[in-house]
Design a protein around this ligand. Structure first.
Ligand code: N01
Length: 536
């Protein structure tokens, strides 16, 4: 066994060099703290490093999905498209790392193996795979809510003789499907982006669908120069307005403040159509109760099904592609030519909702007693979301309490930021926060700023630890549940509920309360001397 190198002492150990880890490192350094980032990949970028499947791009407009913490950065950076494609987002992450001199604070290709809270030293001892260890006063999990790919345990998968790709772990070399027969499992956001492009390249594409997806057209294109100039003329004001929007974005087209039930059918459809033409998530703001009232929701769902029927020529395929669950209950997909792709002669849709995938063999896949052959298989099967990455670590709090034991019935936490039994550990954009429903960069900046202010507070008061109380944690779980009950989000099976992973405890994990209310709540907790936390 390799001898362990000497333990290095740091103020902050940050796990992950995606958008959260980069900004946390920058803030820590500006406070004069010694911080070290561990990053499993050889590069920065996190989500945007791994999710490089064909068509991968953000579903929030580029002018909104970017850091606001530095005025010169936001003025100088130029996005090429309305919705940035993955290569641009990765370039942006690299640019930020260089511009703020962050690379020397990141240990690349270094996985965190585990961490334990040492109660006598009041510090975290963190081990990296490879033998290095760190003693850190604070441990910041910036490992991302969607970073543990879900690879279903299909019988026979290892027997398949062709390549198997996962959208969230796509190769860094170009993948060429020309002339090939390709099978793809899954029809969530990743698949909806990848399918149109794979279909253009492959000889045949077979799509295995368990649940049909609602997708709104992105209407992507070159970034509108006039809009860019208008936003940049007052970028700070634009950001401030977005931070007051429910999802931390969308101030360019605020939601209509009326119920979908309050207007006649013709007017309602006209409002839907207007927003459908704008593209992306705009449609969810056509009325103010689409995600809170099942009757209003059903009207929008039927509007979108009408679009599917009008687009897809074969009525059987159109019916199969038409979702029956509440719209928005699983995250709305944003597409570029998804439904149109099913009019291509080389694309076939196979329903695996009633007859699941039985097995995979050397040449393909068996479902409903029928064999489908292909040369390459794509798994667009999503993530063990919000908890998957943390639960794969050996993370131990007070008294050796493991995160697996702590979270056996679901990810208990307070404000999403702290966990009782795990002092001085902060979780960015995880369960219990609004991250999944928010422009995630807005969510990240708010978390990082809150953590930085909290550390400054502890320092100023000469305190060594902060830890969520169990009572506050129980109250927060109820708060998250109550917020979900006021929406349509409990009416379907989604990754928000853990329903996509067999055996995962059902608990509605993200907070559906709106970013402004959540951010105000976090600020209020801080103002009240970190109410609900124990400071020692
Ligand atoms: O994953 P998903 P994703 N047999 O979980 C199916 C973000 N994102 O990677 O719905 C057969 O949504 C599964 O079926 P079902 C965004 O937040 C954003 O696409 O569980 N099928 C589903 O169809 C998003 O919500 C963008 O019945 C199986 C699919 O696989 C999140 O990431 C782009 C199966 C998984 O869909 C996750 O999206 C991409 C099985 N055993 C992702 N297991 C943007 O646009 C799973 N499926 C920014």
């Amino acid at each position: 066994m390799k001898p362990r190198a000497a333990t290095r002492a740091v103020d902050l150990l940050i796990v992950g060099a995606g958008f959260a880890g980069l900004y946390m490192l920058h803030r820590a350094r500006r406070m004069g703290l010694e911080a070290q980032v561990l990053e499993a990949s050889p590069s920065v970028g996190g989500t945007w490093y791994h999710n490089r499947y064909p068509g991968a791009r953000v579903d929030i407009q580029s002018l909104e999905y970017s850091y606001s913490f530095d005025e010169a950065l936001q003025q100088e950076w130029k996005w090429s498209e309305r919705y940035a494609p993955q290569p641009d987002l990765l370039r942006y992450a690299n640019h930020v790392a260089d511009r703020f001199g962050l690379r020397d604070g990141i240990r690349f290709s270094t996985c965190m193996a585990g961490a334990a809270f040492d109660e006598s030293a009041q510090r975290w001892t963190v081990h990296a795979e490879g033998g290095e260890s760190f003693s850190a006063r604070f441990l910041v999990m910036a490992s991302g809510p969607l970073s543990a790919p879900n690879r279903p345990d299909f019988a026979g998968l290892k027997d398949f003789t062709g390549p198997v790709y996962h959208t969230a772990d796509w190769p860094h070399e170009a993948v060429d499907f020309s002339g090939q027969r390709v099978g793809i499992v899954g029809t969530g956001s990743s698949a909806v982006q990848a399918i149109p492009l794979i279909a253009q390249q492959a000889r045949e594409l077979t799509v295995f669908q368990r649940t049909a997806a609602y997708a709104a057209p992105a209407r992507n294109g070159p970034l509108d120069a006039e809009l860019e100039a208008r936003v940049k003329a007052d970028y700070a004001g634009f950001r401030a307005r977005n931070r007051r929007m429910h999802g931390g974005f969308g101030s360019l087209l605020p939601p209509n403040p009326m119920s979908a039930l309050a207007v006649p059918a013709a007017e309602r459809d006209a409002r839907f159509e207007e927003r459908w033409q704008v593209g992306g998530f705009a449609i969810l703001g056509a009325f103010n109760d689409l995600l809170t009232n099942l009757a209003s929701n059903a009207l929008l769902a039927e509007f979108v099904r009408g679009k599917i029927r009008a687009t897809v020529q074969d009525p059987n395929t159109a019916a199969l592609l038409s979702p029956t669950h509440t719209i928005g209950c699983k995250r709305l997909c944003v597409d570029s030519g998804y439904y149109e792709t099913f009019n291509r002669p080389n694309v076939q849709l196979v329903d695996v909702s009633t007859q699941p995938i039985e097995r995979i063999d050397a040449q393909g896949l068996v479902t409903g007693g029928q064999h489908y052959g292909f040369d390459a298989l794509v798994l667009a099967t999503g993530f063990d979301a919000m908890t998957g990455t943390m639960l794969r670590l050996d993370l131990r709090g007070r008294g050796g309490l493991s995160i697996q034991d702590k979270w056996h019935a679901g990810p208990l936490n307070y404000l999403g930021l702290g966990i009782a039994g795990f002092p001085n550990l902060f979780n960015i954009a995880g369960p219990g926060s609004t991250s999944a429903f928010t422009n995630v960069i807005v969510a990240i900046e708010q978390h990082v700023d809150w953590i930085a202010d909290c550390i400054a507070h502890l320092h100023a008061k000469g305190l060594s630890t902060i830890e969520a109380s169990e009572q506050a944690e129980a109250g927060w779980a109820e708060h998250v549940n109550a917020a979900a009950r006021r929406t349509v989000f409990l009416s379907c099976n989604s990754w928000y509920l853990g329903a996509n992973i067999p055996g995962k405890p059902r608990m509605f994990m993200p907070l559906a309360d709106g970013f402004p209310r959540y951010a105000d709540h976090c600020a209020e907790v801080a103002r009240k001397g970190y109410e609900g936390f124990v400071l020692a």
